[in-house]
Design a protein around this ligand. Structure first.
Ligand code: UD1
Ligand code: CA
Length: 459
């Protein structure tokens, strides 16, 4: 019979080698804190529960919103990986007949597909412990796996290893599967007599082995998945692997990516088929892009929703905004948070928006600022239109009704409302509401002095 599974993620350590004010496992990879990647991998294996051992900066880790519920265990002092597992003693004691999958919180690249065969092997061989090892080109930083008489397997931590042991290419990955009752019996036997003075979980392998067949080794098939991210360069290298994975999966789903090497797409971004990304596009956070869109070079989008068949031209930034079907944005447009551009609208060169609804088919082609504005459908915003929404203390609203035409170089001093189908003459400063169907002009009349230049020169 299959034994039931619990999961334990070790994430109490500071991650000293990161040299950061923030705990290692909260550093993001493609927009997701590391710990989420590990927790999500555990979820995919469907354990009964997932416990996360927290300690250093535990409040920040516990504040994270995980995709599925997890429970936390507090390891008050970080005395080593075995000590971290011991922090879960209570839970383990009430689940003796089950298996426990322990994973280091920095193993963010391992995929559930790679762990499933390990779980199967563990159950087939009825092991007390099965651990994951990998043959690595460069195992620096990893514990090395050594085999001895009477089936004894022993891990030497890099710091405790002799030069000869350091040349061993088989590394301990940091994933262990235990029969909980055997784990509970062996844990108290671990000592901290080593260079770091820590209780190493890896010592349990020697303690539990020896007994024929009780400890199994599962060799990881994918070396690429094995990175125990200890410093920020290792982080960058791991992120690079994730970045490529994301691009490959999008390409496989029907997205054209012209220049994968310069394209950045966060983990949670979704893109519809037949959308094309030119080089140097950056898509972050929870961005969703529809089908058949074109994103030209240097487009940077964060936490936004883009409908189908939207064109976003060069050097445009879009933050926390929505753009509906068939709209065209850019080049050089900045849509700040809460901009909502409706279907078929055009927003062009050097236009900035913030908290603005921009109606269907409306156009703002050049050099404008629209803040806290409601632009209804089919409005034309002339070049250089500026909403003066801020009086130094408060923000005020501008409403531009359907079909209105705002002449170029206009200032709309909010709060103000421009009526339906009305016209505002170019160069106006509008401080009062404009009725629908009216023409409003507010600029001084032009004066002309005939032959003025000639007279001046005579003097
Ligand atoms: C560990 C293994 C090493 C293995 C490597 C793979 C040990 C002793 N060594 O070394 O054999 O090759 O992982 O990546 O286990 N943690 C706690 N509480 C503690 C100490 C650590 O929760 O008291 C957590 C850390 O937050 C981290 C994980 O355990 O997520 C592993 O700790 P880390 O310091 O990264 O271990 P390594 O030195 O990499
Ligand atoms: Ca590590």
């Amino acid at each position: 019979m299959k034994r039931k599974l619990l999961a334990l993620v070790l994430a109490a350590g500071k991650g000293t080698r990161f040299k950061s004010d923030k705990i290692k496992v909260l550093h993001p990879m493609l927009g997701k804190p590391m710990i989420h990647l590990v927790v999500d991998c555990m979820h995919a294996l469907r354990p009964e529960t997932i416990h996360v051992v927290v300690g250093y900066q535990k409040d920040s880790v516990m504040k994270e919103e995980f995709s599925k519920p997890v429970e936390f265990i507090h390891q008050k002092k970080q005395l080593g990986t075995a000590h971290a597992v011991l922090a879960a003693k209570k839970i383990l004691q009430s689940n003796k007949d089950k298996d426990l999958l322990v994973i280091n919180g920095d193993l963010t690249l391992i995929r559930p597909e790679s762990l499933r065969p390990m779980i199967r092997q563990h159950q087939r061989e009825k092991n007390a412990l099965t651990f994951l090892s990998a043959i690595m080109e460069n195992p620096t930083g990893f514990g090395r796996v050594t085999y001895h008489e009477n089936n004894v397997i022993r891990i030497f931590e890099e710091k405790d290893a002799t030069p000869a042991q350091r040349r061993i290419k088989e590394a301990n990955v940091g994933v262990y599967l235990f029969k909980i009752e055997d784990l509970l019996r062996a844990l108290p036997k671990i000592s901290n007599k080593n260079i770091k003075g820590e209780f190493y979980l890896t010592d349990i392998i020697e303690i539990m082995s020896g007994d024929k067949g009780r400890v199994g080794v599962y060799k990881a098939p994918e070396e690429q998945e094995i990175v125990g991210i200890n410093d920020r360069y290792e982080l960058a290298q791991a992120v690079e692997i994730l970045r490529q994975r994301k691009i490959i999966s999008l390409a496989e789903s029907g997205v054209t990516i012209y220049d994968p090497s310069t394209t950045w797409i966060d983990f949670d971004v979704k893109i519809g088929r037949d959308t094309t990304l030119y080089s140097s596009v950056v898509l972050e956070g929870k961005t969703v892009i529809g089908q058949g869109c074109k994103l030209y070079p240097f487009v940077h989008i964060r936490d936004s929703r883009i409908g189908h068949e939207v064109k976003i031209l060069t050097s445009t930034m879009i933050e926390e905004s929505t753009i509906a079907k068939g709209a065209q944005i850019g080049p050089f447009t900045h849509l700040r948070p809460k901009s909502n551009v409706k279907a078929g609208a055009k927003v062009g060169n050097f236009v900035e928006m913030k908290s603005t609804v921009f109606g269907r088919g409306s156009k703002a082609g050049h050099l404008s600022y629209l803040g806290d504005t409601e632009v209804k459908d089919n409005v034309n915003i002339g070049a250089g239109t500026i909403t003066c929404n801020y009086d130094g203390k408060k923000k005020h609203k501008t409403v531009i009704e359907e079909g209105a035409f705002i002449g170029s170089g206009t200032e709309l001093v909010a709060p103000v409302k421009i009526g339906k189908d009305s016209y505002v003459g170019a160069g106006s400063t509008i401080t009062k509401n404009v009725s629908s169907g009216a023409l409003a002009v507010s600029r001084s009349r032009q004066v002309e002095k005939p032959r003025w230049v000639k007279k001046k020169r005579k003097k």
